[in-house]
Design a binder for this molecule. Structure first.
Ligand SMILES: O=C(O)CCC(=O)C(=O)O
Ligand SMILES: [Fe+2]
Length: 280
């Protein structure tokens, strides 16, 4: 695997962002996009615990993507405050993900601001992601095909990105947005095609925003327990349409077949991923 560091920039204008990153679909880290957000200072573990600790949240562990009955389902429900205590105490795989905190705590919306770096943000879908040290968000790309702006708080994450050209080398599991390779242990003797992979790497720190271009694969390792908020944008009708078709196709086929065949469907997909990677 060959990984190139993602550039970190300040003071990027809309025009330069469009020309140098958005149009060519090239990732970048903004060092200053969240500078005017009150959340940058306000949102700490203690703040969330004291004001919103009573909220109930769905939590997930690594069984999330296993085939069968629990496919894509939460592991349990916890009090938000208890969860934060848990990730503050040390390593854990438990994560909160795709959580729209503003539905439960609308006042928090005033702590963040619209990002003016491009048009087409979906203001109704701000999602939060929390995880303990050692947890990871398994490599995937986002089903809705939107561009993602991932804003980091308090702690650090290591992020790897890969464009769609890399799918076959990553053992993409057909009909899903996932891969067979275990990116926490990218073992080239087990997955020989990994040797051809070319991608991007960054350590995202407090106050930084990562631009993940549409359909880029992302694998995220939580170097410390922490959280981020991702804001999504689709700036053209064509991209919105592509997202809608992608969602319909994937959900209908994959969920339908999982319902009918359970683990057998997962085994079939895994065999297809291996065949595709080995027939390069
Ligand atoms: O930060 C994470 O753990 C996952 C973020 C992600 O997958 C996204 O924003 O699309
Ligand atoms: Fe994602």
């Amino acid at each position: 695997m060959k990984l190139t560091p993602i550039e970190k920039v300040s003071g990027l204008t809309r025009e330069r962002f469009r020309l140098e990153y958005l149009d060519p679909l090239k990732p970048v880290v903004f060092k200053d996009l969240m500078n005017d957000w009150p959340a940058k200072e306000l949102w700490t573990f203690d703040y969330f615990k004291s004001k919103y600790g009573h909220l109930l949240v769905p939590v997930y562990d690594t069984s999330f993507s296993k085939g069968g009955k629990s496919y894509m389902s939460p592991t349990g429900i916890m009090k938000f405050g208890d969860y934060i205590e848990f990730i503050q105490q040390g390593p854990t795989q438990l994560r909160i993900f795709l959580w729209n905190i503003f539905k439960h705590a609308p006042a928090l919306i005033h702590d963040i601001k619209n990002l003016n770096i491009m048009d087409g943000f979906y203001n109704e879908f701000p999602f939060m992601f929390f995880g303990g040290q050692g947890s990871f968000t398994k490599i995937h790309y986002d089903l809705d095909c939107s561009h993602v702006f991932l804003n980091q708080f308090q702690t650090k994450k290591r992020i790897w990105l890969f464009d769609q050209e890399q799918s076959k080398y990553l053992y993409h599991i057909p009909y899903t947005v996932g891969c067979l390779v275990d990116m926490t242990d990218p073992d080239e003797s087990k997955y020989p095609s990994l040797q051809f992979v070319e991608g991007w790497e960054t350590i995202l720190e407090h106050g930084e925003t990562l631009f993940i271009p549409s359909m880029y694969w992302h694998h995220i390792d939580y170097l410390e327990g922490g959280f981020s908020i991702s804001l999504r944008a689709s700036n053209t009708i064509a991209l919105k349409l592509k997202g809608a078709v992608h969602i319909a196709k994937h959900l209908a086929v994959d969920r339908g077949m999982n319902y009918l065949l359970g683990q057998k469907w997962m085994d079939l997909k895994i065999n297809m991923a291996k065949r595709n990677a080995n027939n390069l």
